[in-house]
Ligand binder design. Structure first.
Ligand code: 13P
Ligand code: SF4
Length: 305
């Protein structure tokens, strides 16, 4: 069957089985085309609540499906490919989090969305790359323990000098692997291009950028900009999607190493099987864990808008 035929089958299954499909913007184009909502990790998590559908299929990684379940416990939530995890979220377990909290008493524990429900349950509030500065800036406590991404944490600390922000070692292995040498090489090759990067990149890369923002922030900036060429410093899919959206502009990878195999794990056929009821994984959670973790996400929505 062709991609278009499978997409038609998915559209029919969504209607027949009352399914809403969410896709993070790092997903493949053929998946984004059949999704009901697409966006960065903040947007896709909160969008499910708007949908009247009883079932939600998340095309993205596990922490995103967990967040959807926390926000919409009455819905049946599936992760389209159960193998799609996030190495950053997997870096931090409860014991390490407890040790960090004991090391920094009196600090408000703030976690990135890229964490497990267990870690969210231990924190006051959760943030995403598009909301971190706003949310932490709005908190009363000037002392913050931010986990697990030390690069996003350093970016926030730089913009909120009035806060004392403690960090732990952790981060995205894809974004954090890029350094100032990669920036210099890419700038030399494409001297007219604007450099747009994600705050999960290391501080040297962030400091060299013309724009810093979330995955959809980068996308929107490039679409609206009058510039014709861009170096995209986030997962390679964003450069690919932008090329379709703006055929007269040129988009280059900051580095071809910026490819997340977990984000690429979900295929159109995974989505098809999940919608057909013979694939994916239903996300379930103990009620006490869900209640504690939800508080942290509710607070994010309250402070982030
Ligand atoms: P955002 O969608 O918030 O930019 O996060 C990027 C990411 O790493 C998702 O895995
Ligand atoms: Fe996790 Fe990084 Fe992949 Fe996002 S890009 S899913 S943070 S490993």
């Amino acid at each position: 069957m062709t991609i278009a035929q499978i997409q038609e089958k998915i559209r029919a299954l969504k209607k027949d089985r009352d399914i809403c499909v969410l896709a993070h913007v790092y997903q493949a184009r053929e998946i984004l085309e059949v999704a009901d909502y697409t966006g960065d990790s903040y947007a896709v998590s909160v969008c499910a609540r708007k949908s009247p559908s009883g079932s939600v299929v998340m095309c993205g990684v596990r922490f995103m499906a967990e967040t959807v379940k926390l926000l919409s416990p009455e819905k049946t939530v599936y992760l389209a490919n159960p193998e799609a995890g996030c190495p950053m979220a997997d870096q931090l377990n409860a014991a390490r989090m407890k040790a960090a909290m004991e090391k920094y008493p009196g600090h408000a524990a703030v976690c990135y969305m890229n964490t497990t429900a267990e870690i969210k349950a231990m924190c006051e509030v959760c943030v995403t790359s598009s909301s971190a500065v706003k949310i932490i800036g709005a908190m009363d406590n000037p002392n913050i323990l931010f986990v697990p991404d030390c690069n996003l944490g350093a970016y926030v600390a730089d913009r909120l000098p009035e806060k004392t922000i403690r960090l732990i070692n952790g981060g995205c292995p894809i974004h954090a692997a890029i350094d100032a040498g990669d920036v210099a090489a890419a700038r030399k090759k494409h001297p007219g291009a604007l450099l747009l990067v994600h705050p999960e990149c290391v501080p040297d890369v962030v400091a060299a950028a013309d724009y810093v923002g979330s995955s959809s922030g980068i996308y929107d900036y490039a679409v609206k900009s009058d510039n014709r060429e861009f170096l995209i410093g986030t997962e390679t899919s964003i450069a690919e999607h932008l090329q379709y959206a703006c055929p007269d502009k040129r988009f280059y990878y900051l580095s071809k190493r910026m490819m997340c195999h977990n984000m690429k794990a979900t295929t159109l056929m995974d989505l098809y099987h999940c919608c057909a009821g013979d694939g994916g994984e239903e996300i379930t959670m103990k009620p006490e864990l869900a209640a504690s973790a939800k508080r942290c996400i509710d607070r994010m929505i309250e402070l982030g808008g």
